[in-house]
Design a protein around this ligand. Structure first.
Ligand code: NHR
Ligand code: GAR
Length: 213
């Protein structure tokens, strides 16, 4: 059966676009069952609608707390029966309610080489620290923010004249390669979170995950 994805976004959705493009190109054997946003105005919802993909949104500001918002999201997503829930620029911290419900099926892409720079403003922090290397990471989501087991990383070199804009552009180009690849592993049933950590093709991955060349 075709692997079903629910993609959660908050903004422009360029990672969503890369996932849609890979599916169309035949390099990602998955169905995007639904695209969900906590912002009804997210440009990514329009990209999905254009492609005929079901969309849904709930405004987190309409809920008294994170738990009730998360429970409402679960209720919206459940009919779409996702095999993998994909955070692609989703900007709301998820409570235990959501993380436990989708344990082992919930994946995030984060714009830093974790464990460096969990949280927000990662590009500015890498520049501030004069790092020579930066990049993105994909990890299974746990209750620990940006602290879940790593699946893959794509490093890039930081240039002397880089700005937040130039750096984030190059990181995003790598994100757009890495995310469809990792999702194809999920679609092919090759990637799982086990008691022995992250396993690809039956073998445990190193702590930093797979490194994109
Ligand atoms: N939830 C859990 N439990 N664990 C993770 O690893 C998560 C998560 C939810 C989102 C994405 C993450 C990122 O890749 C992510 C990972 C939002 C914030 C944040 O501070 C931090 C990290 C990430 C996403 N959000 C603010 C909040 O109060 C709102 C910020 C805003 O709206 O701009 O939720 O970086
Ligand atoms: C991506 O760079 C992603 O790594 C980052 O937001 C961008 C979303 O872009 N994620 C976070 O910062 C999560 N807190 P997109 O909407 O164009 O895919």
């Amino acid at each position: 059966m075709t692997h079903r994805l629910a993609v959660l976004i908050s903004g422009s959705g360029t990672n969503l676009q890369a996932i849609m493009d890979a599916q169309k190109a035949g390099t990602l054997d998955a169905e995007i069952a639904v695209v969900f946003s906590n912002r009804a105005s997210a440009a990514g919802l329009e990209r999905a609608a254009q492609a005929g993909i079901p969309t849904a949104s709930l405004d987190h500001r309409d809920y008294p707390d994170r738990e009730q918002f998360d429970q409402a999201m679960i209720e919206v997503l459940t009919p779409y029966a996702p095999d993998t829930v994909v955070l692609a620029g989703f900007m709301r911290i998820l409570s235990a309610v959501f993380v436990r419900h989708y344990a082992g099926r919930l994946i995030n892409i984060h714009p830093s080489l974790l464990p460096k720079y969990r949280g927000l403003n990662t590009h500015a922090r890498a520049l501030e620290a004069c790092d020579s290397e930066h990049g993105c990471s994909i990890h299974f989501v746990t209750e620990e923010l940006d602290g879940g087991p790593l699946i893959a990383q794509a490093p890039i070199a930081v240039h002397a004249n880089d700005t937040v804009d130039s750096l984030s552009k190059r990181v995003q180009q790598r994100e757009h390669l890495l995310y469809p690849q990792v999702l194809q592993w999920r679609a092919q049933d090759r990637l799982a979170l086990t008691d022995n950590g992250v396993v690809l093709d039956g073998k445990p991955l190193p702590a930093q995950g797979y490194a994109l060349a």
